[in-house]
Every structure is written in C-alpha cells, then in structure tokens.
Design a protein around this ligand. Structure first.
Ligand SMILES: Cc1cc2nc3c(=O)[nH]c(=O)nc-3n(C[C@H](O)[C@H](O)[C@H](O)COP(=O)(O)O)c2cc1C
Length: 319
C-alpha cells in the first residue's frame, strides 16, 4: 500500500476539488491510503524572500527549514507532501495561470525543499560531522510521482495556456516525477464537472496511471510519462518554449534545456540532444547544475562598496 495525496487550490467542492477527489476515490478503492488537503483553508503566509533556507543549508548553519515554519500552517501541507508516494495537485486557472495561493505554495515548497540543495548538504555534513551532523529532513529524499490538473472556466484552452507549465514549479525543485497532466477547460460556474462524464472518466484514467506507477517493477516503469499527448519536449512532455530570435534555437520553459526547431515535411520538428535532455531541471543533474551556480555565486559575488551612500538618493522616493 502506498500513500496518494491530493492538494487542491480550487473552491470548496467545486470542479478542481471534485476532480481530485475522484482520483483519490479510485486510488483508495485500489487499496492505497489517501489524503486531501486544501491550502486555501489554512493560514499560509507568502515567502518573504529572506533566503535563510538556502543560505542556512548551504553554509551548514541550519537544516534548510523555513524561518516561518512554526508561525503558520505550512507544515500541514509539507507533512502531507512529504508523506506521499504520489501527488495530484490541482489549480483553477486565474488569468491564464494557476491561482495566487498555488504560487505561494510553490515559493514555500521550492528552494527550502530543493532536492539538490538538500542532497549535497547531507553529503557534505556527513563527511564533516559524521554521526553528529545536523541533517536535512530525510523525508525530502523519498521518490514520488506527480500529476497536475488545471481547471479553466473559459470556453477555449487558449485561456489556460500558462497554467500547467507554471504548475511544474512545485514538482521541479522537490524532484517529483510528473507522469500525467490534464486541463479541463470550459468549466463554467453553472456546469459543475459532476455533470461532465468525460472529465470524470479522464480523472479515473489519471488514477489508473498513478496506480500503475506505484506498482511498477522498476524505476523506468514508475517514472514513465503516461499523459495523453507526447508534447514537443521529450523530457517534460509540454510544448512551451522561448524562441531565440534570428536562430533555430529554442529553450524549454519548464526544463531549461536547449534544442533546435525546423520544418520537416511542412511540420514543426524539434530536436533535443541526449546531453541537453540529461540536464533538464526535472532531473537531478539539472538541479545540481543550478545548486552549483548558486553556491559559486555566493562565493564569488562581491559586496558593492559604499552601498549605504549609493542608496541615499532613493530612500525618500515614493515614501
Ligand atoms: C480571478 C479569476 C480569474 C480567472 N481567469 C481565468 C482564465 O484566465 N482562464 C480561464 O479559463 N478561466 C478563468 N477563470 C475561471 C476559473 O478558472 C473557473 O471558474 C474554474 O472553474 C475555477 O475552478 P473551481 O471551480 O475548481 O474553483 C478565472 C476565475 C477567477 C476567479
């Protein structure tokens, strides 16, 4: 038996909530333990940007815990997240993107729970302090699969466009392997998803994907992509790119990897080398690359001389 956790950012018992509960219902019927969490019902403050989590874990001063941890309810979401073998995260579409509270969740679960920051810190501390080392939370290192669900009220998928790509943020740093994503668009207020059988059936399929991943015999089977479309990026299976003007270079917005684009038989063709695919930030090597550039920056960036003096002309502007 494994644990399946759903985290919903939708309105209470509206479309997102019920779609995630449908996945949980099927997973429970298959014998898995389940948990449903609604961060909007909790008291969760936004990240203040202090960076104490990253500075603490890199310097060895702390185990990376957020300084706000004891002051609000984020620990409830963190405990649920860490207890999961499989996660389903759902958000309504607000202004083509996930909700504001979803973004707060990403910022709080991001750097402070980054797999590469924590893994490297653990290695360094064990080498330095042995048994007495102050180690990061061991629950961070458990493998997890994840699914993302976006629910938009507009009649066209076009108005949901940035939602799923942004939702990858909560899976990226934490090292969750995304196996399926789904967008339900046209979810107008008057038409509750319970009256749309094909959407509920799609959630049953998502549950099947989770159940199959949890019973997979090997890592390849556990992490394999089970979504309905392959997408243009072979790593995250989404199709959102930065296009570098004046060249054939494209960059996956989610993975951060470079590829090329061209026309083959009148169709857009993308190509990503195995080396680039290996350095996706959805994989450990990509996270490590970022961890190392941050560590290097912290060592090599110089303090600006006379900063207090330079700030003076700005202090009273707009105050
Ligand atoms: C502030 C706000 C912005 C919204 N922006 C969009 C949008 O850009 N695209 C869209 O498809 N729906 C948009 N919607 C509609 C919601 O996505 C829709 O009501 C959805 O069903 C909410 O999910 P829920 O029923 O699970 O709460 C917006 C709703 C609100 C409140």
């Amino acid at each position: 038996m494994a644990k399946v956790v759903a985290i919903s950012f939708g309105r209470k018992m509206s479309n997102t909530d019920v779609m995630l509960k449908e996945v949980l219902k099927k997973c429970e019927e298959a014998g898995h333990e389940i948990q449903f969490v609604r961060p909007d019902d909790l008291n969760i403050g936004p990240c203040t940007g202090c960076c104490a989590c990253v500075a603490g874990v890199m310097s060895g001063r702390s185990n990376g815990e957020c300084v706000m941890h004891k002051d609000d309810d984020f620990h409830i979401v963190e405990d649920a997240f860490y207890s999961a073998d499989a996660l389903i995260i759902g958000s309504p579409v607000y202004e083509t993107s996930p909700s504001g509270t979803f973004k707060t969740f990403c910022d709080r679960i991001g750097p402070s729970h980054d797999l590469a920051f924590l893994t490297e810190a653990k290695k360094e501390r064990l080498a330095r302090d042995g048994e007495n080392a102050l180690l990061p939370d061991e629950r961070a290192f458990k493998p997890r699969v994840g699914c993302l669900v976006a629910v938009g009220g507009a009649r066209t998928e076009n108005w949901t466009i940035m939602t799923i790509p942004v939702m990858y943020e909560c899976m990226m740093s934490t090292g969750v392997d995304v196996i399926d994503t789904h967008v339900y668009y046209g979810a107008m207020n008057i038409q509750h998803v319970l009256g749309v059988p094909e959407q509920m059936e799609r959630m049953d399929k998502m549950a099947d994907h989770i159940i199959a991943a949890l019973s997979a015999k090997d890592e390849e089977g556990r992490t394999m992509w089970r979504g309905e479309t392959e997408g243009a990026c072979p790593v995250c299976h989404q199709s959102m790119f930065r296009v570098h003007e004046g060249s054939d270079r494209v960059e996956c917005a989610i993975c951060g990897i470079d590829g090329t684009v061209g026309l083959v038989d009148g169709k857009i063709h993308y190509s990503f080398s195995p080396e680039q695919q290996a350095r996706s930030r959805m994989k450990y090597a990509g996270k490590l690359e970022h961890r190392n550039e941050i560590a290097d920056g912290a060592m090599t960036q110089k303090k600006v001389e006379n900063l207090a003096e330079l700030k003076k002309p700005y202090l009273h502007i707009g105050e």
